[in-house]
Write a protein that binds this ligand. Structure first.
Ligand SMILES: Nc1nc2c(ncn2[C@@H]2O[C@H](COP(=O)(O)OP(=O)(O)O)[C@@H](O)[C@H]2O)c(=O)[nH]1
Ligand SMILES: [Mg+2]
Length: 313
């Protein structure tokens, strides 16, 4: 969970996946159903090329079912993609995955060859839990794990499906600030650059806008607070999160909100919709293009400077 990703790690992860990809018939990408956009890694669609892909929206036991439906429809617009909401709390749902695989790679079924699959995704989306459930025994360590995978082993599920025992671990979204916040809200990343209270404020603002009734019901608030700050204050007051002198303990209130969201106590809440992702994708592309333009301009300027020096000298 607390993996720190550096450019070297990203490069290595990508190279490892590129190496095994020729031996893979089908990619299984695991996403967090509450944040299907923020928990995806853009490399997956590049790495898989035109191989079919199953996108599993895991932890759907915590997500807003209506929004999850929207996501499935949205994700399946991509060529070769089948999306499905699952939760590892119901192993029977996980055990349906092989059937899905066979539907997507039917030609291998006819020639009676195993379908070779690889599970990929960012840390903490549930990859290890899914692998262990499919295998029927503990193979992959859940929870903390190093960024660097050990040598790949294959598990034959004996139902026509072969699975790699170590998931392809990819880095979380780095170019979109809102995505970093959402990843922090779900607990997928522990970014020390982000203040805990800021993360809670981000969550509070979105919940007030998208799920005011659920929030008011949970914290027994009569009138919808006007701001994220007011909501946290109200939670602090209701739950007795007070500091000596009676001031609200904002840190405690932040913890309450985040922990209760993560454990599903507030209800079924998602943190983003396809419509939001569409807007943010355009914005991220614009920022990246501007950065690239800046970089090229700097290169050009350095070239001119060097040429000027040569001219003088
Ligand atoms: N609520 C909920 N929690 C899950 C689900 N699947 C996995 N988890 C939890 O999410 C955490 C990360 O799971 P893990 O399999 O280690 O994720 P990985 O890093 O992708 O391999 C663990 O605490 C799991 O118990 C799910 O469907 N619902
Ligand atoms: Mg794992």
């Amino acid at each position: 969970m607390a993996i720190q990703w550096y450019p070297g790690h990203m490069h290595k992860a990508r190279k490892e996946i590129e190496e095994v990809m020729p031996q893979v018939d089908l990619v299984i990408e695991v996403l967090d159903a509450r944040i299907p956009y923020s928990s995806e890694n853009p490399m997956v669609s590049k790495l898989r090329g035109d191989k079919p892909c199953i996108k599993l929206l895991n932890k759907s036991d915590l997500a807003d079912p209506k929004v999850t439906e929207q996501w499935i429809e949205y994700l399946e617009q991509e060529q070769g993609v089948k999306a499905s909401a699952i939760t590892t709390l119901q192993p029977a749902m996980v055990k349906m995955i092989p059937d899905l695989c066979r539907k997507l790679v039917p030609h291998r079924d006819k020639i009676e060859k195993d379908i070779r699959t690889m599970i990929m995704g960012i840390p903490n989306v549930g990859k290890s839990t899914i692998i262990n459930t499919l295998a029927g025994r503990v193979i992959a360590k859940t929870g903390n794990e190093p960024a660097v995978t050990k040598s790949q082993q294959r598990i034959n599920l004996r139902n026509g499906i072969v699975l790699s025992d170590t998931p392809g671990i990819l880095w979380p979204k780095v170019d979109n600030e809102a995505s970093s916040y959402r990843l922090a809200v779900t607990g997928a990343i522990k970014d020390t650059a982000m203040e805990y209270e800021d993360v809670a404020m981000f969550a509070a603002e979105y919940f007030l806008q998208a799920y005011p009734e659920l929030i008011c019901e949970r914290y027994k608030i009569d009138n919808v607070p006007n701001s994220d700050f007011e909501l946290l204050e109200e939670i602090g007051r209701r739950r007795g999160a007070l500091r000596p002198g009676g001031r609200i303990d904002l840190h405690k209130a932040s913890e309450l909100l985040l922990h209760e969201f993560r454990s599903g106590k507030i209800g079924l809440l998602s943190l983003e919709t396809p419509a939001m992702a569409e807007v943010e994708k355009v914005e991220v592309a614009r920022i990246l293009a501007a950065k690239e333009e800046e970089r090229l301009a700097r290169l050009e300027q350095n070239k001119l400077k060097r040429a000027g020096k040569r001219h003088q000298g």
